[in-house]
Design a protein around this ligand. Structure first.
Ligand code: DX5
Ligand code: ZN
Length: 225
């Protein structure tokens, strides 16, 4: 089973102090920084893009786990590659026609390709991206409707995580939305190992405790299996 990776979402941080927020949360034990890129079209919210990733890259060597909630992900591959993004996660709902080209381009720019699915999208839709020669290395199962932090975790999404874990024992499986101390066990026992958490981490008085609690939950479930 792949290792636990805790990825705080900087969407819930103070964007006006992004470099110090990133340093603080890494100091608290975060593995990755989850970067929510929204275009105001695929989702009804607008956040950051390549210029902000480029600025942050000057302040940290951390793995920047970029989640593209945009209608035209292909347009973002080159700028994000140049900006220093590490992972590039596109949504299958907008990549049905060109996912092969997307994966190729993402790899050619030195980033790790991954695919995300919204709550209403059946898990079977990402199987072709895991079975062929040109593969993604991670699947992000959305556990809220994408667009905003601070929403309620959807436990019914754990069926997708279980199906993926049964079929792909060594795959990185990420969950995103509503994760925190009260929902981590459901996600970890279903087989998720990459945990995105925004409000529960940045809103905590002791973020290090929340991060370590979530890591322990993933580690414990893995040992039990
Ligand atoms: C939602 C984003 C999430 C969000 C998670 O569209 O993809 O990454 O920041 O926030 P929480 O953990 O507060 O649900
Ligand atoms: Zn996200």
């Amino acid at each position: 089973m792949p290792k636990a990776k805790i990825a705080p979402s900087v969407l819930s941080s103070d964007f006006a102090n992004l470099a110090s927020e990133a340093a603080r949360i890494l100091q608290c034990g975060a593995d990755w920084l989850h970067m929510d890129i929204m275009d105001g079209h695929f989702v009804p919210n607008l956040t950051i893009g390549a210029p902000v990733i480029q600025s942050l890259r000057k302040h940290t060597e951390a793995y920047l786990d970029c989640h593209l909630m945009v209608t035209n992900p292909l347009d973002y591959v080159e700028p994000l590659g140049k900006a220093g993004a590490s992972g590039f996660t596109f949504h299958i709902e907008v990549a049905k026609e060109n996912w092969e080209e997307l994966i190729q381009q993402i790899k050619s720019k030195g980033m790790t390709p991954a695919v995300a699915l919204k709550p209403g999208t059946p898990v079977e839709e990402v199987y072709p991206l895991l079975d062929g020669e040109n593969r993604v290395e991670m699947v992000l199962v959305m556990t809220v409707e994408p667009g905003f932090g601070g929403q309620k975790f959807m436990p019914e999404m754990m069926d997708k995580v279980r199906s993926l874990r049964n079929k792909y024992p060594s795959l990185d499986i990420e969950v995103d939305g509503g994760l925190g101390p009260s929902t981590i066990d459901a996600a970890a026992s279903a087989g998720a190992n990459c945990i995105v958490a925004g409000s529960s981490v940045f809103g905590a008085s002791e973020p290090a405790q929340v991060i370590s609690l979530m890591r322990n939950s993933v580690d414990k479930m893995q040992q039990a299996n």
